[in-house]
Design a protein around this ligand. Sequence first.
Ligand code: BGC
Length: 495
Amino acid sequence: MSSAVLEEAEQIAREFEYPAAEVERGVREYIREMDEGLRQEGTTLSQIPTYVTSVPNGTEKGLYLAVDLGGTNFRVCSIDLHGDTTFSLTQSKMLIPRELMASGSSKDLFHFLARQIEAFLRIHHNEHFEAHERRRLQGTAEEELFDLGFTFSFPVRQMGINKGTLIRWTKGFNIPDAVGHDVCALLQSALDELGLPVRVAALVNDTVGTLMARSYTSPGETGTFLGAIFGTGTNGAYVEKLDKITKLATIEHSDYDKSTGEMIVNAEWGSFDNHLSVLPNTHYDQQLDAESNNPGWQMFEKRVSGMFLGEILRRVLLHMYVNDFSDFLKVGASDVVVPENSNLYRQWGVDTSFLSLAESDKSPNMEQTKTALKDHFKIENVSDRDCQAIKIVVHAIGKRAARLSAVPLAAVLISTNKLQSEDLVDIGVDGSLVEFYPNFEGYLRDALREVPEVGVAGEKKIRIGISKDGSGVGAALIALVASKEKAKVKAQQAL
Ligand code: BGC
Protein backbone atom coordinates (compact mmCIF):
# COMPACT_ATOMS: atom_id res chain seq x y z
CA MET A 1 0.00 0.00 0.00
CA SER A 2 1.91 2.99 -1.18
CA SER A 3 0.68 6.48 -0.49
CA ALA A 4 2.25 9.84 0.11
CA VAL A 5 1.05 9.88 3.72
CA LEU A 6 2.56 6.49 4.47
CA GLU A 7 5.79 7.53 2.81
CA GLU A 8 5.85 10.67 4.90
CA ALA A 9 5.31 8.59 8.05
CA GLU A 10 8.11 6.22 7.00
CA GLN A 11 10.41 9.15 6.41
CA ILE A 12 9.71 10.57 9.88
CA ALA A 13 10.15 7.09 11.35
CA ARG A 14 13.64 6.99 9.86
CA GLU A 15 14.55 10.10 11.85
CA PHE A 16 13.89 8.04 14.99
CA GLU A 17 16.12 5.14 14.02
CA TYR A 18 18.80 4.41 16.57
CA PRO A 19 21.21 1.96 14.94
CA ALA A 20 23.71 -0.37 16.60
CA ALA A 21 26.67 1.96 16.04
CA GLU A 22 24.83 4.73 17.89
CA VAL A 23 23.95 2.40 20.76
CA GLU A 24 27.63 1.58 21.06
CA ARG A 25 28.66 5.23 20.95
CA GLY A 26 26.07 5.90 23.68
CA VAL A 27 27.50 3.11 25.83
CA ARG A 28 31.06 4.50 25.55
CA GLU A 29 29.88 7.96 26.57
CA TYR A 30 27.75 6.56 29.40
CA ILE A 31 30.76 4.75 30.85
CA ARG A 32 32.76 7.98 30.68
CA GLU A 33 30.02 10.01 32.40
CA MET A 34 29.53 7.24 34.95
CA ASP A 35 33.18 7.35 36.01
CA GLU A 36 33.15 11.11 36.11
CA GLY A 37 30.05 11.01 38.36
CA LEU A 38 31.74 8.60 40.77
CA ARG A 39 34.72 10.94 41.11
CA GLN A 40 33.07 14.33 41.50
CA GLU A 41 29.83 16.12 42.23
CA GLY A 42 27.85 18.38 39.89
CA THR A 43 28.30 16.15 36.83
CA THR A 44 25.67 15.33 34.20
CA LEU A 45 25.20 11.82 35.61
CA SER A 46 24.76 12.41 39.33
CA GLN A 47 25.80 8.89 40.53
CA ILE A 48 24.36 9.56 43.98
CA PRO A 49 25.69 7.45 46.87
CA THR A 50 22.69 6.10 48.82
CA TYR A 51 24.46 4.78 51.96
CA VAL A 52 22.60 1.49 51.46
CA THR A 53 25.42 -1.02 51.53
CA SER A 54 23.72 -4.40 51.26
CA VAL A 55 20.79 -5.96 49.44
CA PRO A 56 18.20 -8.14 51.21
CA ASN A 57 18.02 -11.91 50.91
CA GLY A 58 14.36 -12.49 51.73
CA THR A 59 14.69 -13.22 55.45
CA GLU A 60 14.03 -9.67 56.65
CA LYS A 61 11.08 -9.19 59.03
CA GLY A 62 8.99 -6.42 60.58
CA LEU A 63 6.24 -3.85 60.11
CA TYR A 64 7.21 -0.58 58.40
CA LEU A 65 5.54 2.43 56.91
CA ALA A 66 6.39 3.74 53.48
CA VAL A 67 5.27 6.72 51.46
CA ASP A 68 5.93 7.43 47.83
CA LEU A 69 6.07 10.81 46.16
CA GLY A 70 7.31 10.65 42.63
CA GLY A 71 4.77 10.70 39.86
CA THR A 72 1.17 11.68 39.69
CA ASN A 73 0.08 9.85 42.83
CA PHE A 74 1.03 9.90 46.47
CA ARG A 75 0.96 6.50 48.11
CA VAL A 76 0.97 5.62 51.78
CA CYS A 77 1.46 2.01 52.80
CA SER A 78 2.34 -0.25 55.66
CA ILE A 79 4.31 -3.36 54.85
CA ASP A 80 4.63 -6.45 56.91
CA LEU A 81 7.77 -8.30 55.85
CA HIS A 82 7.25 -11.96 56.74
CA GLY A 83 10.89 -13.00 56.48
CA ASP A 84 10.27 -15.69 53.86
CA THR A 85 10.45 -13.55 50.68
CA THR A 86 6.76 -12.68 51.09
CA PHE A 87 5.05 -9.63 52.53
CA SER A 88 1.62 -8.15 53.00
CA LEU A 89 0.92 -4.60 52.05
CA THR A 90 -1.92 -2.23 52.93
CA GLN A 91 -2.04 0.96 50.94
CA SER A 92 -3.94 4.04 50.02
CA LYS A 93 -3.26 6.12 46.97
CA MET A 94 -4.40 9.59 46.04
CA LEU A 95 -3.86 12.06 43.21
CA ILE A 96 -1.55 14.92 44.10
CA PRO A 97 -3.49 18.14 43.52
CA ARG A 98 -1.85 19.90 40.56
CA GLU A 99 -1.58 23.19 42.42
CA LEU A 100 0.56 21.48 45.07
CA MET A 101 2.86 20.01 42.41
CA ALA A 102 3.71 23.19 40.66
CA SER A 103 2.69 26.40 42.33
CA GLY A 104 2.38 25.96 46.09
CA SER A 105 5.06 26.18 48.76
CA SER A 106 6.98 23.20 50.11
CA LYS A 107 5.18 23.68 53.42
CA ASP A 108 1.81 23.17 51.72
CA LEU A 109 3.04 20.06 49.94
CA PHE A 110 4.58 18.40 53.02
CA HIS A 111 1.62 19.32 55.18
CA PHE A 112 -0.64 17.61 52.64
CA LEU A 113 1.58 14.51 52.76
CA ALA A 114 1.56 14.42 56.57
CA ARG A 115 -2.24 14.72 56.60
CA GLN A 116 -2.53 11.72 54.29
CA ILE A 117 -0.23 9.72 56.56
CA GLU A 118 -2.36 10.68 59.54
CA ALA A 119 -5.55 9.56 57.77
CA PHE A 120 -3.89 6.27 56.81
CA LEU A 121 -2.76 5.57 60.37
CA ARG A 122 -6.21 6.33 61.75
CA ILE A 123 -7.84 3.91 59.32
CA HIS A 124 -5.32 1.08 59.28
CA HIS A 125 -3.35 1.30 62.53
CA ASN A 126 -5.78 3.01 64.83
CA GLU A 127 -4.85 1.05 67.94
CA HIS A 128 -1.20 2.01 67.68
CA PHE A 129 -2.19 5.56 66.79
CA GLU A 130 -4.49 6.02 69.79
CA ALA A 131 -2.08 4.39 72.24
CA HIS A 132 0.53 6.86 71.07
CA GLU A 133 -1.90 9.76 71.45
CA ARG A 134 -2.65 8.70 75.06
CA ARG A 135 1.03 8.41 75.95
CA ARG A 136 1.77 11.70 74.29
CA LEU A 137 -0.95 13.56 76.17
CA GLN A 138 0.04 11.99 79.49
CA GLY A 139 3.71 12.58 78.76
CA THR A 140 4.36 9.03 79.97
CA ALA A 141 6.35 6.02 78.77
CA GLU A 142 8.74 5.94 75.87
CA GLU A 143 7.27 6.58 72.46
CA GLU A 144 6.91 3.71 70.02
CA LEU A 145 7.48 5.11 66.62
CA PHE A 146 6.82 3.68 63.19
CA ASP A 147 9.93 3.72 61.04
CA LEU A 148 9.06 5.15 57.66
CA GLY A 149 10.82 4.80 54.32
CA PHE A 150 10.30 7.91 52.21
CA THR A 151 10.40 7.18 48.51
CA PHE A 152 11.18 10.50 46.94
CA SER A 153 11.91 10.02 43.26
CA PHE A 154 13.78 13.16 42.31
CA PRO A 155 17.48 13.95 42.25
CA VAL A 156 18.76 14.62 45.76
CA ARG A 157 22.22 15.21 47.16
CA GLN A 158 22.20 12.44 49.71
CA MET A 159 24.27 12.85 52.90
CA GLY A 160 23.04 9.87 54.86
CA ILE A 161 20.45 7.15 54.77
CA ASN A 162 17.74 9.62 55.89
CA LYS A 163 19.23 12.90 54.86
CA GLY A 164 19.31 14.54 51.44
CA THR A 165 18.77 17.91 49.82
CA LEU A 166 16.75 18.31 46.66
CA ILE A 167 18.92 19.15 43.65
CA ARG A 168 16.09 19.89 41.23
CA TRP A 169 12.54 18.87 40.47
CA THR A 170 11.69 16.69 37.44
CA LYS A 171 8.54 15.22 35.83
CA GLY A 172 6.46 18.39 35.96
CA PHE A 173 6.97 19.20 39.66
CA ASN A 174 8.14 22.70 40.41
CA ILE A 175 8.15 24.07 43.96
CA PRO A 176 11.21 26.28 44.01
CA ASP A 177 11.43 26.84 47.77
CA ALA A 178 12.11 23.13 48.37
CA VAL A 179 15.29 23.08 46.26
CA GLY A 180 18.40 22.88 48.44
CA HIS A 181 16.44 21.66 51.48
CA ASP A 182 16.58 18.33 53.28
CA VAL A 183 13.37 16.62 52.17
CA CYS A 184 13.41 14.17 55.10
CA ALA A 185 13.57 17.06 57.56
CA LEU A 186 10.71 18.80 55.73
CA LEU A 187 8.55 15.68 56.02
CA GLN A 188 9.61 15.04 59.62
CA SER A 189 8.65 18.52 60.74
CA ALA A 190 5.25 18.27 59.02
CA LEU A 191 4.70 14.94 60.82
CA ASP A 192 5.83 16.39 64.15
CA GLU A 193 3.49 19.33 63.76
CA LEU A 194 0.63 16.85 63.68
CA GLY A 195 2.18 14.85 66.56
CA LEU A 196 2.30 11.61 64.56
CA PRO A 197 4.19 8.55 65.86
CA VAL A 198 6.44 8.35 62.82
CA ARG A 199 10.19 8.65 62.29
CA VAL A 200 11.46 9.27 58.77
CA ALA A 201 14.10 6.55 58.82
CA ALA A 202 15.17 6.33 55.19
CA LEU A 203 15.24 8.40 52.04
CA VAL A 204 14.66 6.17 49.06
CA ASN A 205 14.76 6.70 45.34
CA ASP A 206 12.20 4.50 43.54
CA THR A 207 14.98 2.74 41.61
CA VAL A 208 16.74 1.80 44.85
CA GLY A 209 13.40 0.60 46.24
CA THR A 210 12.87 -1.46 43.10
CA LEU A 211 16.31 -3.03 43.45
CA MET A 212 15.72 -3.87 47.13
CA ALA A 213 12.19 -5.20 46.60
CA ARG A 214 13.33 -7.39 43.73
CA SER A 215 16.21 -8.72 45.80
CA TYR A 216 13.85 -9.58 48.67
CA THR A 217 11.34 -11.40 46.49
CA SER A 218 13.41 -12.72 43.57
CA PRO A 219 13.87 -16.41 43.12
CA GLY A 220 17.14 -18.12 44.01
CA GLU A 221 20.29 -17.10 45.78
CA THR A 222 21.37 -14.32 43.46
CA GLY A 223 21.07 -10.83 44.91
CA THR A 224 19.68 -8.23 42.54
CA PHE A 225 22.29 -6.06 40.83
CA LEU A 226 20.29 -3.25 39.28
CA GLY A 227 16.87 -1.63 39.68
CA ALA A 228 15.41 0.50 36.91
CA ILE A 229 12.28 2.51 36.27
CA PHE A 230 10.86 3.00 32.80
CA GLY A 231 7.65 4.82 33.67
CA THR A 232 6.67 8.49 33.89
CA GLY A 233 10.41 9.12 34.35
CA THR A 234 13.40 6.86 33.91
CA ASN A 235 16.37 6.09 36.11
CA GLY A 236 18.44 3.27 37.55
CA ALA A 237 20.40 2.24 40.64
CA TYR A 238 23.06 -0.46 40.88
CA VAL A 239 25.52 -2.03 43.27
CA GLU A 240 28.94 -0.37 43.01
CA LYS A 241 32.28 -1.10 44.68
CA LEU A 242 32.83 1.35 47.52
CA ASP A 243 36.38 2.08 46.48
CA LYS A 244 35.20 3.28 43.06
CA ILE A 245 32.97 5.95 44.62
CA THR A 246 35.95 8.17 45.30
CA LYS A 247 33.87 11.34 45.71
CA LEU A 248 32.62 9.96 49.05
CA ALA A 249 35.83 11.34 50.52
CA THR A 250 34.73 14.85 49.61
CA ILE A 251 31.10 14.67 50.80
CA GLU A 252 30.14 15.42 54.36
CA HIS A 253 27.96 12.46 55.36
CA SER A 254 26.67 10.38 58.25
CA ASP A 255 28.32 7.11 59.17
CA TYR A 256 27.43 3.93 57.27
CA ASP A 257 28.31 0.26 57.33
CA LYS A 258 31.45 -0.32 55.21
CA SER A 259 31.79 -4.05 55.82
CA THR A 260 30.31 -5.21 52.49
CA GLY A 261 32.66 -3.05 50.43
CA GLU A 262 29.70 -2.07 48.25
CA MET A 263 27.06 0.63 48.05
CA ILE A 264 23.98 1.16 45.93
CA VAL A 265 24.46 4.15 43.64
CA ASN A 266 21.48 6.04 42.22
CA ALA A 267 22.65 7.00 38.74
CA GLU A 268 19.94 9.59 37.92
CA TRP A 269 20.38 8.51 34.31
CA GLY A 270 17.48 10.70 33.19
CA SER A 271 20.18 13.36 32.95
CA PHE A 272 22.61 11.25 30.94
CA ASP A 273 24.29 13.39 28.29
CA ASN A 274 22.46 16.64 28.97
CA HIS A 275 24.99 18.30 26.71
CA LEU A 276 23.83 16.06 23.84
CA SER A 277 27.16 14.70 22.73
CA VAL A 278 25.67 11.36 21.66
CA LEU A 279 21.88 11.38 22.13
CA PRO A 280 19.66 11.50 19.05
CA ASN A 281 18.12 14.93 18.60
CA THR A 282 15.29 15.28 16.12
CA HIS A 283 13.50 18.51 15.48
CA TYR A 284 10.63 17.17 17.67
CA ASP A 285 12.99 16.45 20.59
CA GLN A 286 14.35 19.97 20.33
CA GLN A 287 10.91 21.57 20.35
CA LEU A 288 9.76 19.45 23.27
CA ASP A 289 12.78 20.43 25.31
CA ALA A 290 12.58 24.12 24.49
CA GLU A 291 8.98 24.28 25.66
CA SER A 292 9.45 22.14 28.78
CA ASN A 293 9.83 23.62 32.26
CA ASN A 294 13.45 22.43 32.49
CA PRO A 295 15.16 22.99 29.12
CA GLY A 296 18.56 21.36 28.86
CA TRP A 297 17.87 18.93 31.71
CA GLN A 298 16.78 15.27 31.79
CA MET A 299 17.70 14.98 28.11
CA PHE A 300 17.86 11.16 28.18
CA GLU A 301 14.56 10.97 30.08
CA LYS A 302 12.93 13.26 27.51
CA ARG A 303 13.65 10.67 24.80
CA VAL A 304 12.80 7.60 26.80
CA SER A 305 10.14 7.94 29.46
CA GLY A 306 6.38 7.88 29.53
CA MET A 307 5.90 11.49 30.41
CA PHE A 308 7.51 12.52 27.11
CA LEU A 309 6.79 9.91 24.43
CA GLY A 310 3.18 11.06 24.08
CA GLU A 311 4.37 14.64 23.66
CA ILE A 312 6.90 13.65 20.98
CA LEU A 313 4.13 11.84 19.12
CA ARG A 314 1.78 14.81 19.47
CA ARG A 315 4.35 17.06 17.88
CA VAL A 316 4.92 14.64 15.00
CA LEU A 317 1.19 14.24 14.30
CA LEU A 318 0.59 17.96 14.46
CA HIS A 319 3.51 18.55 12.11
CA MET A 320 1.98 16.12 9.59
CA TYR A 321 -1.48 17.61 10.00
CA VAL A 322 -0.57 21.26 9.56
CA ASN A 323 1.66 20.48 6.59
CA ASP A 324 -0.29 21.80 3.59
CA PHE A 325 1.44 19.33 1.31
CA SER A 326 0.31 16.35 3.36
CA ASP A 327 -3.07 14.65 3.16
CA PHE A 328 -2.78 13.37 6.69
CA LEU A 329 -6.16 13.59 8.46
CA LYS A 330 -7.51 15.59 5.57
CA VAL A 331 -8.76 13.53 2.67
CA GLY A 332 -10.27 10.09 2.39
CA ALA A 333 -13.24 11.01 4.52
CA SER A 334 -14.53 14.44 3.80
CA ASP A 335 -15.42 15.43 7.36
CA VAL A 336 -12.19 14.53 9.09
CA VAL A 337 -10.97 17.53 11.04
CA VAL A 338 -9.09 18.11 14.22
CA PRO A 339 -11.43 20.34 16.23
CA GLU A 340 -9.98 23.33 17.99
CA ASN A 341 -10.52 21.83 21.43
CA SER A 342 -8.70 18.59 20.54
CA ASN A 343 -6.01 17.43 22.91
CA LEU A 344 -3.74 17.26 19.90
CA TYR A 345 -3.28 21.01 20.30
CA ARG A 346 -2.59 20.85 24.02
CA GLN A 347 0.96 20.45 25.36
CA TRP A 348 1.19 17.05 27.13
CA GLY A 349 -2.24 16.29 25.60
CA VAL A 350 -1.21 12.82 24.35
CA ASP A 351 -0.75 10.19 26.99
CA THR A 352 1.84 7.49 26.45
CA SER A 353 -0.86 4.86 26.92
CA PHE A 354 -2.06 5.93 23.46
CA LEU A 355 1.25 4.75 22.01
CA SER A 356 0.91 1.37 23.73
CA LEU A 357 -2.61 1.08 22.39
CA ALA A 358 -1.77 2.00 18.77
CA GLU A 359 1.32 -0.23 18.78
CA SER A 360 -0.69 -3.22 19.97
CA ASP A 361 -3.72 -2.64 17.75
CA LYS A 362 -3.69 -5.64 15.42
CA SER A 363 -7.28 -5.32 14.19
CA PRO A 364 -7.45 -4.99 10.38
CA ASN A 365 -9.18 -1.61 10.48
CA MET A 366 -7.40 -0.41 13.60
CA GLU A 367 -10.69 -0.01 15.39
CA GLN A 368 -9.16 0.51 18.84
CA THR A 369 -6.95 3.30 17.52
CA LYS A 370 -9.94 4.94 15.88
CA THR A 371 -11.92 4.79 19.11
CA ALA A 372 -9.02 6.27 21.06
CA LEU A 373 -8.59 9.06 18.50
CA LYS A 374 -12.24 9.89 18.94
CA ASP A 375 -12.32 9.61 22.74
CA HIS A 376 -9.05 11.34 23.54
CA PHE A 377 -8.61 13.76 20.65
CA LYS A 378 -12.12 14.28 19.32
CA ILE A 379 -10.86 13.23 15.89
CA GLU A 380 -13.47 11.24 14.01
CA ASN A 381 -13.69 9.25 10.79
CA VAL A 382 -9.98 8.66 10.48
CA SER A 383 -9.07 6.51 7.48
CA ASP A 384 -7.29 3.15 7.78
CA ARG A 385 -4.37 4.68 5.94
CA ASP A 386 -3.97 7.50 8.46
CA CYS A 387 -4.19 5.01 11.31
CA GLN A 388 -1.41 3.04 9.64
CA ALA A 389 0.64 6.21 9.39
CA ILE A 390 0.11 6.89 13.09
CA LYS A 391 1.18 3.36 13.90
CA ILE A 392 4.38 3.76 11.88
CA VAL A 393 5.50 6.82 13.83
CA VAL A 394 4.33 5.41 17.16
CA HIS A 395 6.41 2.31 16.53
CA ALA A 396 9.46 4.38 15.68
CA ILE A 397 9.21 6.55 18.80
CA GLY A 398 8.60 3.57 21.12
CA LYS A 399 11.35 1.46 19.61
CA ARG A 400 13.88 4.27 19.87
CA ALA A 401 12.99 4.63 23.57
CA ALA A 402 13.47 0.91 24.19
CA ARG A 403 16.79 0.81 22.31
CA LEU A 404 18.03 3.89 24.15
CA SER A 405 17.16 2.14 27.40
CA ALA A 406 19.74 -0.52 26.57
CA VAL A 407 22.52 2.10 26.76
CA PRO A 408 22.70 2.56 30.56
CA LEU A 409 22.11 -1.13 31.18
CA ALA A 410 24.93 -2.24 28.88
CA ALA A 411 27.26 0.46 30.18
CA VAL A 412 26.74 -0.43 33.85
CA LEU A 413 27.16 -4.14 33.14
CA ILE A 414 30.38 -3.52 31.19
CA SER A 415 31.86 -1.04 33.63
CA THR A 416 31.27 -3.31 36.64
CA ASN A 417 32.49 -6.36 34.74
CA LYS A 418 29.35 -8.21 35.84
CA LEU A 419 28.89 -10.30 32.72
CA GLN A 420 32.41 -11.69 33.06
CA SER A 421 32.19 -12.42 36.76
CA GLU A 422 28.66 -13.89 37.03
CA ASP A 423 26.53 -16.52 35.31
CA LEU A 424 23.31 -14.69 36.06
CA VAL A 425 22.68 -11.00 36.53
CA ASP A 426 19.34 -10.08 38.06
CA ILE A 427 17.65 -6.80 37.16
CA GLY A 428 14.40 -5.53 38.70
CA VAL A 429 12.30 -3.14 36.66
CA ASP A 430 9.09 -1.22 37.12
CA GLY A 431 7.07 1.43 35.32
CA SER A 432 4.24 1.69 32.82
CA LEU A 433 6.46 1.56 29.72
CA VAL A 434 8.31 -1.62 30.52
CA GLU A 435 5.12 -3.16 31.83
CA PHE A 436 2.67 -2.17 29.12
CA TYR A 437 4.48 -1.02 25.99
CA PRO A 438 4.36 -3.97 23.59
CA ASN A 439 7.74 -5.68 23.27
CA PHE A 440 9.66 -2.94 25.11
CA GLU A 441 11.94 -5.54 26.69
CA GLY A 442 12.36 -7.32 23.35
CA TYR A 443 13.64 -4.20 21.57
CA LEU A 444 15.85 -3.41 24.55
CA ARG A 445 17.34 -6.89 24.47
CA ASP A 446 17.96 -6.66 20.68
CA ALA A 447 20.01 -3.54 21.30
CA LEU A 448 21.88 -5.14 24.21
CA ARG A 449 22.97 -8.04 21.99
CA GLU A 450 24.32 -5.58 19.43
CA VAL A 451 26.82 -4.19 21.95
CA PRO A 452 29.97 -6.28 21.33
CA GLU A 453 30.96 -6.61 25.02
CA VAL A 454 27.49 -7.95 25.81
CA GLY A 455 26.70 -10.00 22.71
CA VAL A 456 24.36 -12.97 22.53
CA ALA A 457 26.08 -14.81 25.36
CA GLY A 458 26.03 -11.84 27.74
CA GLU A 459 22.42 -10.95 27.00
CA LYS A 460 21.38 -14.49 27.91
CA LYS A 461 22.82 -14.05 31.39
CA ILE A 462 20.57 -11.10 32.09
CA ARG A 463 17.36 -11.88 33.94
CA ILE A 464 14.88 -9.03 33.92
CA GLY A 465 11.87 -9.20 36.20
CA ILE A 466 9.09 -6.80 37.03
CA SER A 467 9.42 -5.68 40.61
CA LYS A 468 6.03 -4.41 41.65
CA ASP A 469 5.66 -2.23 44.71
CA GLY A 470 9.33 -1.37 44.86
CA SER A 471 8.51 1.99 46.28
CA GLY A 472 6.59 0.36 49.12
CA VAL A 473 8.43 -2.84 49.91
CA GLY A 474 11.81 -1.45 48.92
CA ALA A 475 11.32 1.60 51.12
CA ALA A 476 10.31 -0.66 54.02
CA LEU A 477 13.48 -2.72 53.51
CA ILE A 478 15.65 0.37 53.59
CA ALA A 479 13.85 1.66 56.68
CA LEU A 480 14.69 -1.71 58.23
CA VAL A 481 18.38 -1.42 57.29
CA ALA A 482 18.39 2.11 58.70
CA SER A 483 16.77 1.18 61.99
CA LYS A 484 19.18 -1.76 62.43
CA GLU A 485 22.12 0.57 61.87
CA LYS A 486 20.70 3.06 64.33
CA ALA A 487 20.36 0.32 66.95
CA LYS A 488 23.95 -0.78 66.24
CA VAL A 489 25.29 2.73 66.78
CA LYS A 490 23.23 3.09 69.98
CA ALA A 491 24.59 -0.21 71.32
CA GLN A 492 28.15 0.84 70.49
CA GLN A 493 27.64 4.15 72.29
CA ALA A 494 26.32 2.34 75.38
CA LEU A 495 29.51 0.24 75.67
C1 BGC B 1 13.85 11.23 38.71
C2 BGC B 1 14.44 10.00 39.37
C3 BGC B 1 13.44 8.87 39.37
C4 BGC B 1 12.89 8.64 37.98
C5 BGC B 1 11.86 7.52 37.92
C6 BGC B 1 13.27 10.88 37.36
O1 BGC B 1 12.62 11.99 36.81
O2 BGC B 1 14.82 12.23 38.56
O3 BGC B 1 14.86 10.28 40.69
O4 BGC B 1 14.05 7.70 39.85
O5 BGC B 1 12.32 9.83 37.49
O6 BGC B 1 10.75 7.80 38.69
